[in-house]
Ligand binder design. Structure first.
Ligand code: SMG
Ligand code: MG
Length: 367
């Protein structure tokens, strides 16, 4: 497939409510969109990098810079197959979110010409996926209970509470007491603890959590294995898993018994599928994470979440959980599920008027 040029477009959309984690508070999304133009059409993708390097070392300005200076110029001028994008970008270390966006846009352009959907291409085993919701740290427990109550009323199949030291046992206990033992409940620490906190974290065992996500630092795979021996709550890794090799290593030393797969974090949907395959072969359940995506990123995530090894509900919430107006037709929850798009490629496109309204800059790079 021959690419004529690539547009890097920045958009800014307010979040409906601030989203607080152990590493910071997001009030809006400053998103980089990548649009690949070919002779036959175009392909879209969303870069998941946030405004600041807090969740991981990537951030959106840097993603745009590395795409402009290194990744896009590395694409061969005489055409490229979506499967070889990863190999072409391999000489450049890191920058997985930027790489994922470029590969996804090329893949979308390719699938739009062949007419195949992302879900079908990736190997989806179902046409809709059960959805969870990630609930941020709040100023008070009553405020948290109100938020959780609203999400349960909307039909979410599981609740994930963000935790940090000082906001862990009390909110978890309060949610369990109020909503009962049948609520599927899990927590995410975003690396806020150390192994010294093991005894404290073991107190979460009383609450029948589905899992605890990324309790320790990103590069603490060995300590996660130690912690997993001390907890009854299953340990799930997010930030620590940046590749299929990381997943294989973490599984082999017992650092996790569940994996949150975020395609952006691991360099794209093809690597995400490799992690799915490895985990499935080892009987490790996986679920699809989220980075507060617009409909563009969400479409691809929902397709991935339909693969057979994704046996737990993901952070693939409906558009209204994040934005008053999404840039695509909104993803709407029905009976706690989102439908996997069936149209060619991602199966969704930005709505031109909305896109225009939220755009803060555009840049065109000729190949
Ligand atoms: O997209 O619903 C979403 C957000 C899910 O909690 C979520 N993501 O560590 O899993 C995680 C966080 C990372 C982004 S927080 C700004
Ligand atoms: Mg997480």
């Amino acid at each position: 497939m021959k690419i004529s040029g690539i547009e890097l477009r920045r958009i800014r959309i307010p979040l409906r409510a601030p989203f607080r984690t152990s590493f910071g508070t997001e009030t809006e999304r400053d998103v980089l969109l990548v649009r690949v133009a070919t002779a036959d059409g175009e392909g879209w993708a969303e870069c998941a990098a946030m405004s600041e390097p807090r969740y991981c070392s990537e951030y959106v300005d840097a993603a745009q810079d590395v795409l402009r200076k290194f990744l896009i110029p590395a694409l061969p001028k005489d055409g490229i197959d979506a499967h070889t994008v990863g190999r072409v970008l391999e000489p450049f270390t890191g920058h997985r979110m930027a790489k994922a966006a470029l590969e996804t846009a090329v893949l979308d352009a390719h699938l739009r010409t062949t007419g195949e959907s992302f879900g079908s291409y990736l190997g989806a085993a179902r046409d809709r996926v059960p959805c969870g919701v990630s609930v941020g740290i709040m100023d008070s427990v009553p405020e948290l209970l109100d938020a959780v109550d609203g999400f349960i009323a909307e039909g979410y199949a599981r609740i994930k509470l963000k935790i940090e030291p000082g906001w862990d046992l009390e909110p978890v206990r309060a949610v369990r007491e109020r909503f009962g033992d049948d609520l599927v409940l899990q927590v995410d620490a975003n690396a806020a603890y150390t192994l010294v906190d093991a005894q404290h974290l073991a107190k979460l065992d009383d609450f029948g959590l589905l899992l605890i996500e990324q309790p320790l630092a990103n590069d603490d795979i060995v300590q996660h294995a130690r912690l997993a021996e001390l907890l009854r709550t299953p340990v799930c890794l997010d930030e620590s898993i940046e590749s299929a090799a990381d997943a294989a290593a973490a599984i082999s030393i017992g650092a996790c018994s569940v994996i949150n797969i975020k395609p952006a974090r691991v360099g794209g949907y093809l690597e995400a599928r490799r992690i799915h395959d490895i985990a499935r072969a080892h009987g490790i359940p996986v679920w699809c994470g989220g980075m507060l995506e617009t409909g563009i990123g969400r479409a691809a995530n929902v397709a991935l979440a339909a693969l057979p090894g994704f046996t737990l509900p993901g952070d693939t919430s409906g558009s209204s959980r994040y934005f008053a107006t999404d840039i695509t037709p909104p993803f709407e929850l029905a009976d706690g599920h989102l439908d996997v798009p069936t149209g060619p490629g991602l199966g969704v496109e930005p709505l031109p008027e909305v896109l225009e309204e939220v755009t803060t800059s555009t840049e065109w790079i000729t190949i």
